[in-house]
Design a binder for this molecule. Structure first.
Ligand code: B4P
Length: 217
């Protein structure tokens, strides 16, 4: 990360065309951040459609493993049903495989990842291998009561066992406060976090997110 900032510094001070040609950061990578039920999955669908980014949802990847009844999926289900996070090594391995399988990606939208500081460090390393970086972290802000209401509402139709029990939902929110808010702290050190109100209509929230992306892409 230090070398990245050093390069930018050189870029600002340099007038040579040669350095501009060598600028290696051509992908656009975005983290959609927020507590469970804040609208990450919902807004991701709109963003990938408009900006052509690859959608990487660790929740979806884990649910595919569960549907396929793999060993990884069975262990993940036990933790997810208790409202806990899946171990970093498992999630980081899945993310690495997903990115390696898409060498032509013009950028990634990370939805529900990273969720711990260790995952942030691993993601930075994976992107560095691709001579890339996180461009922005858009953080959706939603009150706890609204989160619980939304997730219980989704639980009525989604068949997701982690959405049907209020105690489990509150445990997921607690896990977010205990482990995942550190992700925002990590990226805030690099001035990459932008807060966006996550309450209102899906369309109005998307308009706010789009404005932030348009300003940077
Ligand atoms: P995820 O799949 O990431 O799911 P989520 O956080 O519950 O939901 P999301 O935020 O995407 O849902 P949305 O608001 O769009 O994680 C599930 C579990 O997997 C985790 O608890 C963890 O165990 C595990 N896991 C995943 N990633 C991991 C990682 N990196 N490390 C370790 N463990 C990991 O939707 C919620 C509801 O709100 C929907 O019904 C939607 O329709 C509604 N909604 C959305 N926007 C709305 C709006 N503006 N107004 C009203 N309702 C709205």
């Amino acid at each position: 990360m230090f070398s990245l900032y050093l390069k930018k510094e050189i870029f600002y001070k340099s007038t040579t065309v040669q350095y501009i040609c060598c600028q290696p950061y051509s992908m656009f990578n975005l983290i959609l951040f927020g507590p469970p039920g804040s609208g990450k999955g919902t807004q991701s669908e709109h963003i990938i459609e408009s900006f052509g980014l690859q959608h990487l949802s660790t929740g979806n990847l884990l649910r595919t493993e569960i549907a396929n009844q793999t060993t990884l999926g069975m262990e993940a289900k036990r933790l997810m049903d208790a409202g806990q996070l899946v171990p970093d090594a498992v999630v980081i391995g899945m993310v690495g495989n997903f990115m390696d399988a898409r060498p032509e990606a013009k950028g990634f939208l990370f939805d529900g990842f990273p969720r711990t500081t260790a995952q942030c460090v691993a993601l930075d390393a994976l992107l560095k291998e691709k001579k890339s970086e996180i461009n922005v972290v858009l953080a959706l802000e939603v009150s706890e009561e609204e989160l619980v209401k939304r997730l219980l509402g989704r639980g009525l139709t989604s068949g997701r066992s982690d959405d049907t029990n209020e105690t489990i939902i509150r445990a997921r929110i607690q896990e977010y406060h205990d482990k995942t808010t550190a992700v925002a702290t990590y990226y805030a050190k690099f001035n990459k976090v932008v807060a966006v109100t996550g309450e209102g209509t899906v369309e109005s929230i998307y308009a706010d997110l789009k404005k932030e992306i348009d300003a940077r892409i």
